[in-house]
Design a binder for this molecule. Structure first.
Ligand code: NAD
Length: 357
């Protein structure tokens, strides 16, 4: 049966990196004779301009009917002045919420060719292979009540609600334990249980679920220490699981260990296996339209999509090997400064990956 992929390029560098990634996907489809059909829609600022909302009901319906969604990035200076509820980022949050994409898998792998490009010493990061499992549809980014109000003293105050139910914690912890079972069976749960009640419950529920996974070595760490340990000795981690906001921050930190934020893909999955795949970086408006963005995170997101939602492991591996080969050949985009390497633009990097397939 033909599988359907919905492509949402978004804003800023989104359309550029997506064009490169789509070229790679189409090449793999042709080479492996895969029955995969692509459809396209707007999201973010592009959707605000054309359809009046950061994601339309029609696009949500298309996303629900797809087997997987491939997203570029959203946001940009043009829409920065809009009120919160109408901003491009709301399109992304609605997609995540409406499709219940609660499990966000963010691998941080250091390609050996990029060891010198990391801001950390090569011996600290070489061989790095971490998976961060971030809860994506609850926590403080979604908690109610929220807003900006005038308090009893007549002063304005901003407020948000950090809240996790037991079932929300249990299902993300299960994703993380399952992922750990596929890897080195080490799981570190990150919280702030010394200060935040929401994470006291988090720690309790994760510890309770550990009884179902006796082979997994579970540890707990406060988020401030986890940030420090990621920079001090990142190779101590195998799988990390944490809530929405802590995961957002820690995964960007982990990204830098690998040389560039432009290298890291992600998958956001629901309980049925429907997934949205996107690079972890944003729309980089500072470099949009210049053909300098690194498309490899998006290309590696295509590989994750083939693996997790489309069950095409051979095609996923083919892409990952092609990316590695391109790095071996010494090709880099300008976010990765390495002496002796040849700089390529976004489009040329996509073509180099296609040639390496
Ligand atoms: P960003 O990730 O877009 O950019 C941070 C820095 O990294 C910038 O200097 C940028 O040039 C660089 N960078 C990012 N991706 C790159 C790539 N592929 N190649 C080379 N360099 C790259 O984060 P930001 O600047 O904080 O946010 C910019 C916009 O993106 C905002 O509107 C923000 O809301 C949005 N955003 C969207 C997403 C998403 O769509 N998932 C995620 C984060 C931020």
């Amino acid at each position: 049966m033909t599988k359907k992929v919905l492509v949402l390029p978004g804003d800023g560098i989104g359309p550029e990196i997506m064009a490169a990634a789509q070229q790679v996907l189409e090449a793999v489809i042709a080479k492996q004779g895969l029955a995969i059909e692509l459809d396209h829609a707007l999201v973010g600022g592009a959707a605000i301009d054309a359809e009046g909302a950061p994601v339309s009901d029609a696009t949500i319906a298309k996303a629900k009917a797809a087997d997987a969604i491939l997203l570029g990035a959203v946001g940009g200076y043009k829409w920065d002045g809009l009120e919160m509820a109408k901003r491009p980022e709301k399109g992304l949050l609605r997609l995540r919420a409406d499709l219940d994409l609660f499990s966000n898998l963010r691998p941080a792998i250091l390609y050996p060719q990029l060891a010198e490009a990391s801001t950390l010493k090569p011996e600290v990061v070489s061989g790095l292979d971490i998976l961060i499992v971030r809860e994506l549809t609850s926590g403080i980014y979604f908690g109610q009540p929220r807003g900006i109000r005038v308090n009893e003293q007549g002063e304005r105050e901003g407020f948000n609600t950090a809240c996790y139910t037991e079932s929300q914690i249990r299902r993300i912890a299960k994703s993380a334990f399952e992922a750990a079972m596929q890897r080195n069976k080490k799981l570190c749960s990150v919280d702030k249980a010394n200060v935040l009640e929401a994470t006291v419950l988090w720690r309790e529920v994760v510890s309770d679920l550990a009884k179902d996974y006796p082979e997994v070595e579970l540890s707990h760490m406060y988020v401030d220490n986890a940030a420090m340990q990621l920079v001090r000795a990142p190779k101590q981690f195998d799988v990390m699981v944490t809530g929405n906001m802590f995961g957002d921050i820690l995964s960007d930190c982990a990204a830098m260990l690998t040389g560039s934020i432009g290298m890291l893909p992600s998958a956001s999955l629901n309980a049925e296996g429907l997934g949205m795949y996107e690079p972890i970086h944003g729309s980089a408006p500072d470099i949009a339209g210049k053909d300098v963005a690194n498309p490899l995170a998006t290309i590696l997101s295509v590989a994750m999509m083939l693996r997790y939602s489309l069950k095409e492991e051979a095609a996923a591996k083919q892409i990952e090997q092609a990316v590695s080969k391109v790095l071996d050949q010494g090709y880099r985009t300008s976010d990765i400064q390495q002496s002796g390497c040849q700089l390529l633009g976004t489009k040329a990097m996509g073509e180099a990956v296609v040639a390496a397939l």
